[in-house]
Structure formats: C-alpha cells, structure tokens
Design a protein around this ligand. Sequence first.
Ligand code: NAP
Length: 259
Amino acid sequence: MDLGISGKRALVCAASKGLGQGCAEALAAAGVDLVLNARGVAALAAAAAGIRAAHGVTVTEVAADITTGEGRARVLAAAGEVDILVTNAGGPPPGMWTDWERADFIAALDANMLTPIALMKALLPGMMARGWGRVVNITSQSVKAPIPVLGLSNAARAGLTGYVAGTARQVAPHGVTINNLLPGIHATDRADALDRTVAEAEGITLDEARARRAATIPARRYGTAAEFGAACAFLCSQQAGFIVGQNILLDGGAVNATL
Ligand code: NAP
C-alpha cells in the first residue's frame, strides 16, 4: 500500500534500537526523510547508516538525551519543521510500590509524560499552520492493563494518555492527528532486561523466562520491531487521517479484554 507520505519529514526519538528503530525503518520504507535521536553515538550512527543504505532517504542524527531540556533543544533545532513526530524514550525501572520516592516519580514523569508533551508543544503549532501532521506516542500496554512491577511506567503513561485524549481533539480540526501505540511484549533489549530481572529473581535461565512469558500471550510469541513499525507508519499515513486520539494495543492478545 502506498502510504502517501513520501517526501515528508519525521522526527523519531529514541530510535537507534528496538521499537523506535522499527518505526524509523518503516517510515523510511515509505519514503520519509528522518531525524533520528538516541543517546549513544555508535548505535545511532549504525542505525542511520543502515536506513540510508536500505531506503535512500535523508537521515539526520542527533545524539542527545531526549528527556533533558538541553537534549530536546538540540534535537528540535536539528529537526526544524517536521510533518511527523514519533515520541519515545527508555522505560522506567521495575520495582515494588514501596521502592519509589518522589524523585523516582519525577524522573519517570519527565521521561514518559513531560518529554512527549514538550515535543508536541514545540512541533504541533507548525503542523497545524501547515494543515497536516501526525504524532505517534509509543506508550505501553500498561495503560490498558497495569503491570504491577512497572508502577512508575503505569503512572507516567496514564498521565500522557489523559493529555493526548484532550489535545488530539483540539488539533484535529487542523489536519493533525495524535494517537498512541501501546506495545505489549516485543523482542527488544528492553524485553531482555525485564526477562533478566525475572530470571534472576526466580533462579531460571533467560530462555525459560522468555518461554514462560510467551506462553501467557495468545499469539504465543513476542512481537517484532518491524511489526510495530508497520503499525506506526500506517498511523502516519494519509489513509489514517480519521484516526484521532486512539490507544492501539499491539500485544498478541495479551490484554484479556473485550474492548
Ligand atoms: P530498547 O530496545 O531498549 O531501545 C530503546 C531505544 O531508546 C534505544 O535506541 C536507546 O538508545 C533509546 N533511548 C533510551 N533512553 C533514551 C533517552 N533518554 N534519550 C534518547 N534516546 C533514548 O527499548 P524498546 O523495547 O524499544 O522500548 C521503547 C519504549 O517502549 C520504552 O519506553 C519501553 O518501556 C516501552 N515498551 C517496550 C515494550 C517491549 O516489550 N519492548 C513493552 C512495553 C513498553 P540509547 O540508550 O543509546 O539512548
């Protein structure tokens, strides 16, 4: 399917690996020029080079911590006017509700709520003025069904979801859509880190931890970054212009709910 976005320009945050990289790849395959961000220079350069070679689009790299004001300022300066924004950052650490103090919540809110909000605040006016824009926020299935050990993530992402629900309706008259993609478990470094925590806590191997988790998913496997990216690119397409303020689960059926 031609997504109708060839020649558009996208900022994809936290995109040298995992789900962000999957989104960047799928947008590049649709002919979108990219501004790619992550903190680590080497992985970012490798991801950018791979995308340029595979898809022939322009890729600008900005190594920066997107959760800091200074990092965001550099990313936004390099990005300039973009038509598409994909927000993403690392997820908060797991733990128990008794572990977390105010500073832990502030860090999680900064990374997974206030950073995407700041990026939208900076880039939505330009999209609205030009009469076209797409924003996709990478959140989590924890928005629909809490993951108890990820209480910091549950809290921060719920806040972002509430913000998007209202804001998406305010910008929609200007041809701009905002939607959230909610990953269930996908085979990335983040999933490895979570599975390693389980393996260590329960005295089992990493493979056993993965197999146990996969067995709880109706699809009986982890999702891939490529599948996730394809869904993101569709939400950024011309065809998705009537999808506004939605929270779309990509979880192999893991959240057991009718709606
Ligand atoms: P990942 O494989 O660990 O990749 C994270 C990417 O983000 C890397 O490119 C990393 O590069 C970059 N990054 C991390 N912190 C950053 C920061 N502060 N500023 C800029 N770039 C940053 O993670 P993932 O699995 O793709 O997860 C992406 C998001 O989805 C996370 O918020 C995660 O919690 C959420 N999620 C993932 C899953 C899953 O199963 N994978 C499920 C639910 C939710 P650098 O480290 O070099 O910066």
